[in-house]
Design a protein around this ligand. Structure first.
Ligand code: COI
Length: 331
């Protein structure tokens, strides 16, 4: 591997783990060297979007141990998504074993500690088999891919410019925005690419009902920071993805003595934040330099507190600091 040039792109590794569900139970799983799946043309994942995915990570830590990061939270969220999309839940033990297996089978591809890269794990469950009517698929696969990655944005934490989206929603009220349903991301592709052509690295969605409250960025949750406190503010709505990274950052912020507020954020409050960031598994944290909403541009001059939080988080992730919360699992 050319670790210097690692980005966030697919890399062919030695294989992915694949479990099959049929006749009411999951099988023992296999390691498949080929990155292709043979599925029926009438599969529910293709036609009706019956699919859920996860983003998880393993890191080569400072002490030489490779650890899965906060993996139980990924297992929980996948289970929640499977229930919502009427797919068989992957038991937590199977989920963790599958992730360990994918890492072990591709161990040579785990980025060395010095690169500060990660083994990105992409667990996913989807329905397949011949099924024309709209009902749960007759068969399901649960797969875990392992792909070495660096930052999602090549700029890493460096602040980016963002556009508030007025004409598209990310998720419907009482829909599936809170789980990692494949379609939530498919609908964002056009919106994000259009904004990129206008010079914005990402987009920020507003709530679908009133278009007045901040939801989340294209692929990450929203965090606003006020120096008074300091206070960490993040939206609380059922249309936003339950970010596993955000949960940890909230715990970390509290442990640093910050005030954490999880509540609706009116778009006008963008003017009151001293710093803004995005967070997610792939992104980790990204700084925000500006947010453009209609004719108003909100500028954020610093990422001082964002970067403090980021470095604390990364130091635990790589076992440079004690993992007092127990977020890492050796594998
Ligand atoms: C992640 O943060 O892991 C995601 O799944 C987002 C994806 C679009 C890269």
């Amino acid at each position: 591997m050319d670790w210097e040039r690692l980005g966030f792109d697919f890399q062919k590794t030695l294989g992915h783990v694949k479990f099959t569900w049929s006749n009411g139970s999951w099988d023992e799983g296999v390691l498949d060297a080929e990155p292709y799946l043979k599925v029926h043309t009438m599969s529910s994942a293709i036609h009706y979007g019956q699919g859920i995915f996860e983003g998880a990570k393993a890191h080569h830590c400072a002490d030489g141990v490779v650890r899965l990061w906060n993996i139980d939270a990924n297992a929980r969220r996948l289970a929640l998504g499977c229930e919502r999309m009427m797919m068989p839940v992957v038991p937590k033990q199977t989920f963790v074993q599958a992730c360990e297996w994918a890492v072990a089978a591709n161990f040579a591809f785990v980025p060395p500690y010095e690169t500060k890269g990660a083994m990105y794990l992409r667990p996913f469950v989807f329905g397949h088999g011949p099924q024309l009517g709209l009902s749960p698929a007759p068969m399901f696969h649960f797969c875990v891919l392992a792909i070495p990655v660096a930052s999602y944005y090549s700029s890493g934490l460096a602040p980016i410019d963002v556009l508030v989206v007025d004409s598209n929603d990310r998720a419907a009220p009482q829909g599936v925005g809170h789980v990692k349903a494949s379609g939530n991301y498919g609908s964002d592709i056009k919106v994000s690419i259009t904004a990129r052509a206008d010079g914005f690295s990402s987009v920020l969605y507003l709530d679908p009902k009133e278009k007045a409250y901040v939801e989340e960025f294209s692929v990450s949750n929203f965090i606003g920071i006020k120096y008074d406190g300091p206070t960490f503010v993040t939206p609380d709505t059922d249309t936003v993805l339950e970010s596993t990274t955000n949960d940890l950052l909230m715990q970390l912020a509290r442990s640093l003595g910050w005030t954490v507020e999880r509540r609706p954020i009116h778009v006008s409050e963008l003017a009151e934040f001293d710093e803004v960031a995005g967070c997610g598994t792939a992104v980790i944290m990204m700084g925000i330099r500006s947010i453009t909403h209609k004719q108003t541009v909100y500028h954020y001059d610093s990422i001082d507190y964002v970067s403090r939080l980021y470095h604390h988080y990364r130091a635990i992730q790589f076992a440079e600091n004690p993992d007092i919360f127990g977020w890492g699992t050796p594998c």
